[in-house]
Write a protein that binds this ligand. Sequence first.
Ligand code: SF4
Length: 435
Amino acid sequence: MPATKIYLDTYGCQMNLYDGELVTSLLDADGFIMTHDEASADVILINTCAVRGHAEQRALGRLRTLAAQKRTRRELVVGVLGCMAENLRENLRDQIPGLDFVVGPDAYRQLPNLIQEQLNGHSGTFHYVHGAPNETYSEVPPLRREGVNAWVAIMRGCDNFCSYCIVPYVRGRERSRSPQEIISEVETAVAQGFPEVTLLGQNVNSYTWPDLDFPDLLGRVAEIKGLKRLQFITSHPKDLSDKLINRMASGGVLGASLHLPAQSGSDRILKAMNRGYTSADYLRIVDKLREAIPGLALTTDLLCGFPGETQEDLCQTLDLIRQARFDDAFTFKYSERPGTAAAKLEDDVPEKVKVERLERMIDLCRQLSHESRQKLVGRKVEVLIENPSPKNSAEWTGRTRCDRVAIVPGNFHRGESVTIKVAEVRGFSLWGNRI
Ligand code: SF4
């Protein structure tokens, strides 16, 4: 009997990508074969995102197409994983006739048995599986794809309950992994040839363990032999301590970039979002960061069109953007998530106005981001080489210590560190020759 082939497609954030590597590991350990060829797969798994309505609609569209294939491929098994699985649960059976199972982000240990059950003739028996609230997948070594960066989740879940966010409802309460486990996973990744590690958490800087906080953990991980670069994502301003800033300022393998979602510049909206800080608090942190870490690349998330948002609120957000001088930003318009606190508010900002406000944020952020790249022209920067350039085989791409994409002419190998002199900015990338 040939081994069962499984095709896994992941949508969404870094945590979902990491979960995809855990799922691959669990299935590989049970003798399943992972394939990149959907047409030849016996089982298709869609690892979904629920952070915005659009992400769910995209996944639902994909699943309907797959489920329809079952009319001709009767043996095909189709399953849904990830945040939308946990968000919609059994309701997905009605929305996607022919779906075999729905498994939440904390229940992946049950996947191999569930798949085997389906293959053993229980196809058509729909299952929704909800996981253990304290699950951290300890002892499950992620099976990583090739690359220079290895994701390492140090905690799961979120306790912040920002009023617009579905994450705490689909990923549960915060629980941290033991430092020993994290350090051993990083050591393994380095031994596997990953020179860079990114520590992951929905709220990474609220990591905690008896007698050890996040800055301490960073210090311990930074000492690991062979590690060239250490990053972490996603931080919350309320947990951005002076101790963490000092740790980041110590440099070494710690990257010179930080992703710190601001979301809005209006204190009234920040309160309604339950973010737990004011725009003045946020800008105070930015000032401390910029003073302690010259050359820091600061990126953020910004949300416009939140219920009740006025033109004045948006102006305060644009003002915060100018004062913080973000090096890059991910900008979104409010998307009501059923079950969140904000869903009880009237979604009263017309779609047309949301789009206009989003465009104003994007224009300003793009201008600032280009200016911050332009400032690097003529400067020497260190680049961690990643891949041959898809556009020009005589060039390779990589990223600088402040996480900017760089294009370098010449021939290199993945994971090599080179110093270049930035000659120009091309779109969102730096371009320069090795020196
Ligand atoms: S910090 Fe807020 S926005 Fe981020 S995952 Fe938690 S609830 Fe969502």
